[in-house]
Ligand binder design. Structure first.
Ligand code: MF3
Ligand code: CO
Ligand code: CO
Length: 276
């Protein structure tokens, strides 16, 4: 057992979904805001000619400057501070030395551990002018995440979230990835419950005030099937169609939902360059 394992042993997955109080909400607001501020900072940095390794370095330094640890660093053998997933990469793209180019779409996924609490969020960054179908994919993916979040309320279920996402996406003839899902988080990075991004109303797990989890749908222009490359991490669409993802960390409240990772600068929604 490593040091980290020993430290986390008392809070391992227990089979019981944790219900958090006001002190934990305060901590998650701070961790969530930091992840969102980092994604805001990247808005001017993620552009043609920049490598994903450079983006990773910026995320690492942002964490260090704010007394936060990137949660992915050394997580299950992963060695980077962020995931950068380009075009047909669905998730868990590993930053490397290849420059981004005009027309690419890239998801940057940042998780910080601040004072022991995890804030996990990702956004799409279009590189210059992108094809219209890529813009539509990004818009539908953002809207799907927000409709999933809007379905969250005490007394609702995880199936309500999945149903809201799946209904919108399939009405636009796009597909929801099944192989990865949202997750409970708090002092742990990946905890119960799983938040599956498809479902039926009233099915799944009952939502209760004090639950913390992510909503992070991965949406493909083509078929939903993915495969993981030989590096053990990079997940790509089997049909090589474009894929997009947005992610927020949220809480169930007494009256509905609170989003911990909203952009302080209002940069959370898709933004596109004018077509030239
Ligand atoms: N941040 C990702 C998520 O949304 C997890 C990345 S784990 C890594 O859950 F090891 F691939 F970085
Ligand atoms: Co997540
Ligand atoms: Co994430």
């Amino acid at each position: 057992m490593s040091y980290v394992d020993a430290a986390l042993a008392p809070q391992r997955k227990t089979g019981q979904i944790k219900l958090h109080g006001s002190a934990a909400f305060e901590s998650m607001r701070k961790a969530g805001r930091l992840a969102a501020e980092c994604l805001d900072m990247l808005a001017d940095e993620v552009k043609a000619g920049v490598t994903t390794a450079h983006i990773d370095q910026l995320v690492y330094e942002f964490g260090m400057d704010h007394r936060a640890l990137p949660a992915t660093l050394m997580y299950r053998g992963y060695r980077k501070s962020t995931c950068t997933s380009i075009n047909h990469v669905v998730c868990h793209g590993i930053p490397n030395d290849k420059p981004l180019k005009e027309g690419d779409i890239v998801n940057v996924d940042v998780t910080f551990i601040l004072d022991g609490w995890h804030g996990d969020s990702s956004r799409m960054y279009p590189i210059g002018a992108i094809p219209r179908r890529a813009e539509r994919l990004i818009e539908v993916t953002y809207e799907a995440m927000m409709r999933g979040i809007a379905a969250i309320r005490p007394g609702g279920t995880t199936g309500d979230i999945g149903h809201a996402i799946q209904t919108l996406v399939e009405s636009q003839h796009m597909s929801v990835v099944r192989d990865f899902c949202g997750h409970g988080l708090g002092r742990l990075f990946h905890d119960e419950p799983n938040i599956v991004h498809v479902g039926r109303p009233g099915e799944g797990i009952a939502l209760r005030p004090g639950m913390f989890f992510t909503v992070e749908p991965m949406i493909n222009l083509g078929r939903p099937h993915v495969k993981v490359l030989a590096d053990g991490w990079t997940a790509v669409t089997r049909d090589r169609s474009l894929s997009a993802q947005y992610e927020h960390t949220v809480a169930v409240t007494e009256i509905g939902v609170e989003i911990f990772t909203l952009s302080p600068k209002g940069l959370g929604k898709p933004q596109f360059a004018a077509q030239g």
